[in-house]
Design a protein around this ligand. Structure first.
Ligand code: NDP
Length: 291
């Protein structure tokens, strides 16, 4: 029987659990986890993401600090703010919403964040920890994808996982996490040959290419589990709607389970951001992090 993997419901349950853990920390007067979000510029999609992150942090009982900087902000000013937040004892997690304007060098900004507060998991120290299977902060989107896969399949060991996309924020860390779960992992990208044949070999297919409905039903192995990370805005009948990288209609005739867009990976990404904030807080206060 085909399963539409309900990321929205799973994310809601995860947020409830995080909320319980946050109130436990507050009740014992230990600490209130604090999330600082920095938004540079006026990109409408980024504004929505930042608002959702801040709202959900507050709903989970965390403190939320928002910093909005002009599109023209010089890099030094942004680095000064990050340095201040690194030292602020009320801030346990720092997120700089990407993309950044051209005068700001993204890698310099990411490396300025204290790795212990880097709840996006983009700092090279956290990237390295994920690659060697260490204890660092894991990027939120692949972490959410992994939770969805484990929810659906429980044991991933021995499965052939094909990850479409090799970005630093989704594809590469996703591949590392699947390797950790004892999958056999293939990473594909824009130069990969016979992409369709490769996809048809996947027991687990993670699509993170940013190409609307690229993956059709006949690219998918019967009974596969498909995680659709893509968020693509397309115009149809005079209005904008969101679609994934997978053509849900044809894919659902073949796959055993797929995450929908919207309502799949997106909600899990934000829930995992809160989870990382909780983890970073516990780590900074030497409090055991609940399983
Ligand atoms: P990037 O643009 O950074 O990376 C896209 C990757 O896909 C690249 O590795 C690229 O290959 C590969 N690619 C592009 N076109 C093709 C193609 N036709 N065939 C095979 N491979 C291809 O994107 P991101 O990783 O940042 O994001 C991917 C998608 O996921 C986007 O739609 C984004 O909006 C969405 N997203 C969703 C999130 C969520 O919370 N749900 C969070 C983050 C992203 P190459 O390296 O060769 O260029």
């Amino acid at each position: 029987m085909f399963v539409r993997i309900d990321g929205k419901a799973l994310a809601a349950r995860l947020r409830e659990e995080i909320g319980r853990q946050v109130s436990r920390l507050r009740q014992h007067d230990l600490v209130t986890p604090g999330l600082a979000v920095i938004l540079v510029g006026e990109d409408p999609a980024s504004q929505v993401y930042v608002r959702n992150k801040a709202t959900q942090a507050r709903e989970a009982g965390m403190s939320s600090f928002e910093y909005r900087l002009a599109d023209s902000v010089p890099q030094t000013k942004l680095l000064d703010l990050i340095e201040r937040l690194n030292r602020d004892p009320e801030v346990h997690g720092i997120l700089v919403q990407l993309p950044l304007p051209p005068q700001v060098e993204e890698s310099g900004v990411i490396q300025a964040i204290d790795p212990g507060k880097d709840i996006d998991g983009f700092h090279p120290i956290n990237v390295g920890q994920v690659a060697i299977g260490g204890p660092g902060l894991v990027p939120c989107t692949p972490l959410g994808c992994l939770m969805l896969l484990k929810h659906q399949l429980v044991d991933l060991s021995g499965q052939h996982a094909v990850v479409l996309g090799r970005s630093n924020i989704v594809g590469k860390p996703m591949a590392s996490l699947l390797l950790r779960e004892d999958c056999t992992v293939t990473v594909a990208h824009s130069r990969t040959r016979q992409l369709e044949d490769l996809c048809r070999q996947a027991d687990i297919l993670v699509a993170a290419v940013g190409r609307p409905q690229l993956i059709k039903g006949d690219w998918i192995k019967p009974g596969a589990t498909v995680i659709d990370v893509g968020i693509n805005r397309v115009e149809a009948e005079g209005r904008t709607r969101l679609v994934g990288d997978v053509d849900f209609a044809t894919a659902s005739d073949v796959a055993a389970a797929i995450t929908p867009v919207p309502g799949g990976v997106g909600p899990m990404t934000i829930a995992c951001l809160l989870l990382n904030t909780l983890q970073a807080t516990c780590h900074q206060y030497d409090i055991p992090f609940p399983d």
